[in-house]
Write a protein of this length. Structure first.
Length: 78
C-alpha cells in the first residue's frame, strides 16, 4: 500500500483515496457531513491564486477547503 499524504499536498488534477480523517469535535462532524469519510475518492480541481482555499470534487459535488482543514485529511494517491 502506498504512503499516506495530507490532502493539501495533492497537485492539481491528482486524486486520492481518503485513509484517515483527523480533527475533533465540530470539525470532524463537519467533515463527515460533507462526505469526507474513509474510502472515498477526492480530486483536487484547482486552488485560489494565493493558494488558499483549494477546490475539491467528492461524491458528485464541489467543495472548497482551507489548507489547515485539508491538512487534517490523509489520502493515498491513485
Amino acid at each position: 500500500m502506498s504512503e499516506s499524504i495530507q490532502l493539501h499536498l495533492l497537485q492539481r488534477g491528482q486524486h486520492g483515496t481518503i485513509t484517515k480523517v483527523n480533527g475533533t469535535g465540530a470539525l470532524r462532524r463537519r467533515f463527515v457531513e460533507m462526505g469526507i469519510v474513509k474510502g472515498e475518492t477526492i480530486l483536487l480541481e484547482r486552488h485560489a491564486p494565493l493558494g488558499d482555499p483549494m477546490a475539491y470534487f467528492i461524491k458528485g459535488y464541489h467543495l472548497a477547503l482551507r489548507k489547515e482543514e485539508a491538512a487534517q485529511i490523509e489520502v493515498v494517491l491513485g
